[in-house]
Design a binder for this molecule. Sequence first.
Ligand code: PLP
Ligand code: MN
Length: 373
Amino acid sequence: MYSPKVGDRLESLDTPSMIVDLDLMEANIKKLMDRLLPAGINIRPHLKTTKSAILAKRLAAAGAKGGCVAKLSEAEVIAAAGFDDLLITCEIIGPVKVRRLVELYKKHPKIRIVVDSTVGATAINDALVKEGVQDPISVLIDLDVGLHRTGVAAGEPALALAEHVGQLKQLKLIGVQGYEGHLQHLHDRADRERQCLASMRTLTETAEALRQAGHDIRVVTTGGTGTAEFCVTVPGVTEVQPGSFIFMDTDYRNAVGTFYWNSLTVLSTVLSDQGARDGVRYATIDSGLKSLTTDSGLAECKDPRYTYGVLGDEHGSLSWKDNGTVPELSVGDRVEMIPSHIDPTINLFDVYYAHRNGVIEEIWPVDSRGKVQ
Ligand code: PLP
Ligand code: MN
C-alpha cells in the first residue's frame, strides 16, 4: 500500500503532491511575527489558507492569538480538531446554517461571528434564545471599508445595526471587522499603503462612533498579507488577519515582493515528451486544473526557465527555448510548481508533506478541505 511516512525522502512521493519547505515556512512565520508583534496588537491568522488545526496551533505558539476561518463548516472541523478560538469572517445566513452555528457554539463558546444585517443578527439571536443558550455569542459588526463584498456602510447604517444588535439579548457586540480585500494585491506599495490607511480611517472612525454611542467596542480587526504592516501602525486597530504569508503564491509575490518566501510547491512529474514546435520544446506534466488553480493567473515552475501552460484537468505543459541553453526535461523527471493562488490550490489536496532538505518531517491533513458551507 502507498503510504508515505515521516523520514522518507520526497522521491518516495507519488505526484502531484503538495510539499512544504519547512525552513521557508518557519522563516515566513518568524518574519511576520517580528514585523507585526512589536506594534502590540493581536495577530489572528486567517486559516482559510492552511485549513489546518496543526498549523493554527503552530502559529499560536509563535505569537498569534486565535484564528479566523471564512465559513462555518471550516470552524466545525478546525474546532473539532482542537483549535476553537475562531472568528468566522463570513456572514451566517439561513436557518440551516444558523442551526449549525448554535450547535457549534454550544460546544465551543469561544467562537465569534460577524453580522452585516438586522435580519441576520435577529435570526441568530432568536435561534440561541429558542435553544436556551445562556451566554451571549460574541459578535462583530462587519463594515464595508471599500471592498463592496459584505459589510454595512460606515456612518448611520453601522450605528443603526449596532443599535439593533445591542438590543438582542443573546448577542454581545464586541467589535468591528473591516476587510480591505480589494487592496491586498495592489502592486504599488505606496498606493497600497495610502488606500489602506484611508480604509483604516473608515474602520477606526466607525469604531469610535460606536463607542461614543455607548457600545463596548474592544476588537477592531482587519488586514491581510498585503496590508497588515500598514494596519498595525494605525491607532485603534487591535487585530490583523493575514493568511497567505505562510506559503505565499505567485500573485502575492508579484504584488508585495519577496519579503515572504514561496514555501509551498506542487511536486509534479513529466509524463510525456512533446518534442519541438517552432523553436520551442514541450513536455507534459501531471498537474493541470485539478492541482493548480488559475483564477489568479497560471502557476509557475520553480525553475523559471520553464513556462507553464494548462492542458486540461490532469495535464499541464512546460515549455522552453529549443536552443540548447536550457536543460532538457525528460519523461519521469520531477519539477516543483508554485501556485498562483494559494488558498484554493490547497483546497485541491488532502495532505501536506512538510520536508527539510528533501526529507519528510511532518504530514498534515488539510482539515477543512472542501468545507465551503
Ligand atoms: N480576512 C478576510 C476577511 C479575508 O477574506 C482574507 C482573505 O481573503 C484574509 C483576511 C486574509 O488575506 P490573505 O490571505 O490575503 O492574507
Ligand atoms: Mn485568497
